[in-house]
Write a protein that binds this ligand. Structure first.
Ligand SMILES: Cc1cc2nc3c(=O)[nH]c(=O)nc-3n(C[C@H](O)[C@H](O)[C@H](O)COP(=O)(O)OP(=O)(O)OC[C@H]3O[C@@H](n4cnc5c(N)ncnc54)[C@H](O)[C@@H]3O)c2cc1C
Length: 347
């Protein structure tokens, strides 16, 4: 029987970042993932943005998550010799004079200058932004499928990647280790996104998943290095190619694109985007959001060496590097899990 330090179940953002953290700790792993183009990480736009612009505040734990985020991905870009993280600033379009005044009043806030700058200029002729926009610092986007595929393609001995479905009935639980097929492990970490509800070891943890849809469009407009946003984002991918989204729904949690979401996204885009465009693709996925909108990590109650990393909601890109490190430090370096994100709150 081949022995590894860790079994990681799930190879989305959570699982792949966990694998990288184990590499940094000189711990061996098997990453087991059934690749599916509709998984949250593969559907996501990959944008990272510390601001909740409509609510005029920064997102949870922004001061720890965002300032070094690009460098975390860049470290992996250098290791894997592949570019997948792009420093494109998100530009939140100010809708009217009242909102502009609100932002001006906020400029005295402690966090303001660390995260945003008010710009009194139009983004472009075709992006209506007469009241200017909020330039959100420390924002950008990650090509997540490229990142995941590149990481997995580079996994080599002593580590292993298995492209297969995990069957919880086949995990043999001993007092101080686990066995799965022909392998044994000291620890298991479940990083399954919304699939945790099909795993008997994580059944008591409840998510509040949110479905979202994204359109790919082609348009003659040339916007680069910037992601205009209001209601929906317009993410420039490459010459004339953009992604637009997204919406949130909490029923019909499947991966099937709907006409109603398509219309909602187009309507929101056309409020401020005036160039003609053609829709080339439409996808849907389900975000693994938690009930209290906080990540979920730490030790499970079923076994002292079973762990979880989940609950990233719509913030997988920014949460995965920070919370995978928190979990690996907890497992191997006597680190602590913040009580607000500890899985214990569900147990
Ligand atoms: C429309 C949409 C837009 C989004 N936009 C953004 C964005 O712009 N920025 C951002 O940061 N986040 C965004 N997100 C959220 C982001 O995608 C998630 O937070 C993140 O991808 C979750 O990663 P995860 O690894 O926890 O879960 P997942 O990506 O779901 O990964 C779980 C993995 O586990 C595997 N798995 C599960 N069960 C098994 C099993 N039994 N056997 C084998 N493999 C298994 C799955 O195949 C999958 O690969 C968006 C999500 C959606 C749906």
């Amino acid at each position: 029987m081949q022995k590894f330090d860790n079994l990681i179940v799930g190879g989305g953002l959570a699982g792949v970042w966990m694998a990288f953290r184990f590499m940094q700790q000189n711990k061996t792993f098997v990453l087991l993932d059934l690749k599916d183009e509709n998984n949250s990480s593969r559907v996501a736009a990959g944008i990272y943005n510390p601001l909740l612009a409509k609510r005029q505040k920064v997102s949870y734990n922004a001061e720890n998550l965002y300032p070094n985020l690009f460098s975390h991905y860049h470290e992996l870009e250098l290791l894997l010799n592949q570019k997948f993280c792009h420093k494109h600033q998100v530009a939140y379009i100010i809708e009217n004079l009242r909102e502009l005044n609100d932002w001006a009043a906020l400029s005295e806030s402690e966090w303001f200058n660390d995260f945003v700058m008010v710009k009194n200029e139009r983004i472009s002729d075709n992006v209506i932004s007469d009241f200017g926009y909020i330039d959100i610092l420390d924002s950008g986007w990650v090509d997540i499928p490229l990142f995941l595929d590149t990481f997995v393609a580079n996994i080599s001995a002593p580590n292993l990647f298995l492209n297969q479905k995990f069957d919880d009935n086949c995990l043999v639980v001993n007092s101080d280790n686990f066995q799965y097929n022909d392998y044994s492990f000291d620890h298991v970490v479940f990083c399954q996104g919304t699939a945790i509800e099909h795993n008997k070891f994580t059944l008591n943890i409840r998510l509040k998943p949110a479905k979202g849809e994204i359109l790919s469009i082609e348009s003659e407009e040339k916007i680069s290095q910037m992601i205009p946003q209001n209601g929906v984002f317009l993410l420039p991918i490459s010459d004339k190619k953009y992604r637009v989204g997204s919406n949130f729904t909490w029923n019909s949690l499947d991966n099937i694109p709907t006409e109603s979401a398509k219309l909602e996204i187009i309507q929101k885009l056309c409020k401020w985007y005036k160039a003609p465009f053609e829709i080339t693709k439409h996808v849907a996925g389900v975000r693994p959001s938690s009930l209290d909108r906080r990540p979920i990590l730490g030790r499970l109650d079923c076994h002292p060496k079973a762990y979880i990393l989940n609950g990233f909601g719509s913030k997988g890109v920014s949460h995965a590097p920070y919370y995978s490190k928190m979990l690996s430090m907890f497992m191997y370096d006597n680190g602590n899990i913040d009580s607000e994100v500890d899985v214990k709150r569900f147990i």
